[in-house]
Design a protein around this ligand. Structure first.
Ligand code: SF4
Ligand code: SF4
Ligand code: SF4
Length: 376
């Protein structure tokens, strides 16, 4: 194995191929405090990409209720149990094993293969804060009544396990945007990627007999537009952009700002070692131990900083830019209460007020003799 740098775990690690970072890296940030599990994103993706034969149970974008929801069934608990208990102390690199380092010598990664029926219940556990579907070493039951919604796509990882495991070399990472794709003509349907991806975002099509996965909406991205699951997000909880590693972070890049400058958007299960490129602003109300096993030991400081954003007009401006345009924002600024996003050339795409005027109308309109709502 080669030795590569993984900044998310603050150390070098082993990976089957040499380190190669693409020219730009596709990334999505999700504010989990705002997701309402409307599943519009899931359907936006489904109607765009997976309405064909053999794709009936395929959701490249799904939204699961944590801790009891999961698609496929118990993917997270099973991966963590396979890897075995590891430790990650605050303010230290992660010294536990990644899925590459913990693998048997004959394998590329610690893995498991979901059964067909594990894919059949994408909404299992939805809105459930006291279920019993999932249990394991990593979550103690019963627990206080909390849950949160976790929208998930392929993370177009910097070190993809799907790519590492493919014996046909049918999976590749694009130089221009870091999107990870399966070459459908090379794939022979061995399913090694389905087994190896710990996030279970590579899926087998029983009709075409090859594997498929989220394509990052590359045709839209090539035209400067954000993916369909981002464009259609009702809660405006998402922003897609190109993330830089910390040593190249640009403070006027929206995603760099949230991930590197503010440190409020964290990768999920970074300890698995893939350097995933979907990032989450953690929910402020959920159990901290649970969140720490999912987002790493910086979760407390990320939540503390998020709670202080009311005193930070630039960050507030950036949060209102989320969901304000279909286009990819390459840079932004916040000046005189106005947040503005720009394209790659520096041309203005969108401008929104940081604070919108709030108008409260009295329930009874005396001028017109009208009651404005049905509960005056
Ligand atoms: S569309 Fe947005 S708010 Fe709705 S479930 Fe998806 S991520 Fe959450
Ligand atoms: S999330 Fe899974 S399918 Fe997507 S790039 Fe990473 S390892 Fe591959
Ligand atoms: S990026 Fe595109 S292909 Fe991937 S989950 Fe979102 S809508 Fe689906």
């Amino acid at each position: 194995m080669a030795t590569v740098k993984n900044w998310q775990i603050s150390r070098d690690m082993e990976y089957p191929y040499d380190e190669h970072r693409p020219k730009r890296q596709w990334a999505i940030i999700f504010d989990l405090n705002k997701c309402i599990a409307c599943q519009t994103c899931s359907l936006a993706c489904k109607t765009t990409w997976t309405s064909g034969k053999g794709q009936e149970y395929m959701f490249w974008n799904n939204v699961e209720t944590k801790p009891y929801g999961s698609y496929p069934l118990a993917w997270d608990v099973r991966v963590l149990e396979k890897l075995g208990k590891q430790e990650w102390k605050k303010n230290e690199p992660y010294y536990g094993k990644t899925i590459f380092e913990g693998a048997d010598p004959t394998e590329k990664a610690v893995h498991f293969a979901p059964k067909d029926e594990d894919w059949m219940y994408p909404n299992v556990g939805e809105d459930d804060c006291a279920g019993t579907v999932v249990a394991g070493d990593h979550i103690s039951l019963p627990h206080d009544k909390w849950f949160f919604y976790l929208p998930r796509t392929c993370a177009h990882c910097t070190y993809p396990a799907c790519l590492a495991a493919c014996p046909r070399k049918a999976i590749y990472k694009r130089e221009e945007d870091g999107i990870v794709l399966i070459d459908q003509s090379r794939c022979k349907g061995y399913g090694e990627c389905v087994r190896a991806c710990p996030y279970k975002k590579s899926m087998y099509n029983t009709y075409t007999r090859v594997s498929e996965k989220c394509v990052g909406c590359y045709p839209a991205v090539e035209q400067g537009y954000q993916p369909m699951c981002v464009q259609n997000c009702i809660g405006k909880i998402r922003i897609m952009g190109f993330v830089n590693p910390p040593w190249k972070a640009r403070n006027n890049n929206p995603v760099d700002y949230l991930i590197h400058k503010l440190g409020i958007a964290l990768p999920y299960y970074p300890q698995l070692g893939l350097e995933p490129n979907i990032y989450y602003i953690p929910p402020i109300h959920a159990d901290r131990d649970y969140l720490a096993q999912m987002f790493g030991p910086n979760v407390d400081s990320a939540i503390a900083k998020y709670k202080k954003l009311k005193d930070d007009p630039v960050a507030q401006g950036l949060l209102v830019l989320m969901g304000s345009s279909d286009r990819i924002l390459h840079s932004f600024d916040v000046v005189a209460g106005q947040a503005t996003g720009y394209d790659e050339k520096g041309d203005k795409i969108v401008s929104v007020p940081v604070h919108e005027a709030l108008v409260e109308r009295p329930a009874f309109d005396a001028k017109n003799g009208t009651i404005r709502n049905n509960t005056p």
